[in-house]
Design a protein around this ligand. Structure first.
Ligand SMILES: [Zn+2]
Length: 287
């Protein structure tokens, strides 16, 4: 894999919606990208193409997709906010657009979106509505652009929606799914986690694409997490990125969860973790 002149980030305001309930995720991409721009990170911003009804319906019941988009079914935040519904084709679309670029350029791309891995075939929960990971994998496989895909899910929580949809579609023969949240939850498991992550990353050398959920909620101070330090999260990102670079695997990463607030009610602690992932991206993939 060749280093790139800048970090490609898939972003537009269409990916955004106001924060919903206990989750800052719907509004988070704007803060993340604004911070990276302010710091002068070397960025190439590319607008996402929205995922189509057909593409979303590869990973979901079509009726469910239509009901969510037309506000007859609550989104993953449990609301019927039209702004969230309008953003959803763009959040899954950001992942898919990023993957198309990563494949075409044999590179790594950031899609700073969240809200995928709990989404079920015909239901939403846990701040997740559509499974953009599987929408991406299925759309690209249907187009003949990939044969095998790895989903390396390092959010705090188990990617149970991903597992359920893979099982339903019989896709386990070509989707390599590793969900950290299914196996590791305690500081005493840090060494075992890194050993397992390393073996998972060696096991995916034959895939065509890696989708990496760089969740911020495993952080030791996260109210929904609690076992990895800031430094350990950064080491995690470095392990994934170095394995992709060395094995020449196109990769797209996204933000996933993160629920810490600072004293002023901002999401500074979460932004710091995502910033570290971006710094590792720049170190490994950018000239
Ligand atoms: Zn989570």
């Amino acid at each position: 894999m060749k280093k790139q002149p800048a970090m490609t980030v898939i972003y537009s305001e269409r990916m955004l919606a106001p924060a919903q309930g206990g989750s800052p995720s719907a509004a988070k991409p704007a803060e993340v990208v604004a911070g990276w721009k302010r710091e002068g990170f070397s960025l190439r911003i590319v607008e996402p193409q929205p995922a189509t009804l057909e593409e979303l319906s590869l990973a979901h019941d079509r009726r469910y997709v239509e009901d969510v988009l037309e506000l007859r079914h609550p989104n993953g935040f449990g609301t019927l906010d039209p702004a969230v519904a309008a953003s959803l084709p763009y959040t899954s679309g950001a992942m898919l657009s990023g993957a198309r670029i990563a494949l075409a350029e044999r590179s790594a791309v950031c899609a700073p979106v969240s809200g995928f891995h709990h989404a079920q075939w015909d239901n939403a929960w846990g701040y997740c509505t559509f499974n953009g990971l599987l929408v991406t994998a299925l759309a690209l496989r249907g187009a003949g652009l990939v044969r095998r895909v790895a989903i390396i899910d390092c959010d705090q929580h188990d990617g149970d929606g991903t597992t359920a949809i893979i099982d339903r579609l019989g896709a386990s023969s070509w989707v390599h799914h590793f969900s950290t949240g299914a196996h590791f939850h305690r500081p005493s498991e840090v060494s075992a986690f890194f050993a397992r992550l390393s073996s998972e990353l060696r096991a995916i050398r034959d895939v065509d694409l890696v989708l990496y959920q760089a969740g911020a909620d495993p952080h030791v101070n996260d109210p929904l997490g609690g076992w990895l330090t800031t430094r350990q999260l950064r080491t995690r990102d470095a392990c994934v990125f170095e394995a992709a670079f060395e094995q020449d695997l196109p990769l797209v990463w996204n933000l996933a969860g993160g629920y810490q607030y600072d004293a002023a009610g901002g999401i500074g602690p979460v932004l710091e973790i995502h910033r570290n992932t971006a710094l590792e991206h720049l170190r490994v993939f950018v000239q």
